[in-house]
Design a protein around this ligand. Sequence first.
Ligand SMILES: [Ca+2]
Ligand SMILES: [Ca+2]
Ligand SMILES: [Ca+2]
Ligand SMILES: [Ca+2]
Length: 205
Amino acid sequence: MPAVIIGDIDTGLNYATNSQVWINQGEIPKGLPIKDVDGDLVITFKDLNAPYYYNAPYVRDSNGNGVIDGQDLLADTRWANGVDDDQNGYLDDLVGWNFVYGTNNATDINGHGTWIASIISQSAGPSTYIVPIQIIGNFPSGAWSQAVDYFTALAEGARRRRALRRNEQSLLWQCPGLVGRDDGAFQCRGGGYSLPGWGGKRSDS
Ligand SMILES: [Ca+2]
Ligand SMILES: [Ca+2]
Ligand SMILES: [Ca+2]
Ligand SMILES: [Ca+2]
């Protein structure tokens, strides 16, 4: 099963209960010597929770749930360092982005995005990573295209990293049913709403 990054453009995600959140590699501060424990060339929560606590000096279980999760990284100023490390215009977007409030915290507001994430994980398998992107709330105009642009750029960056190594080009980016468009952008056809004008109807329920 190839690794897949999927944008969960929805109400957000309960970080504390989802271990498949994608960590934006470009936002990992250079000064943190995180060990890639499983050797898959990317730093994920598998590495941060690996046995023998290789990375224990660099993480803190702030919410006390016994695992290192996205909420912990957001609460840790060693990680959320106040610098837009990957210079994508989104400050400390370690674990997704909240387009409703313009913050790096996409904590689920009603459970729907978390539910969608579990469906994604079940259907796409254990090598799936989720980028929670919260837009549903007050649904500002233009948020959909911003969210898709954000995700496309993020996933493209991830793909480039993997492509550095032979046979490591299998990291795809997609929402469930993501399709390419002629202009090179991507359209999310499932797991939420389609972009207005791109088919426009809800497909996840
Ligand atoms: Ca790894
Ligand atoms: Ca925790
Ligand atoms: Ca950033
Ligand atoms: Ca940062």
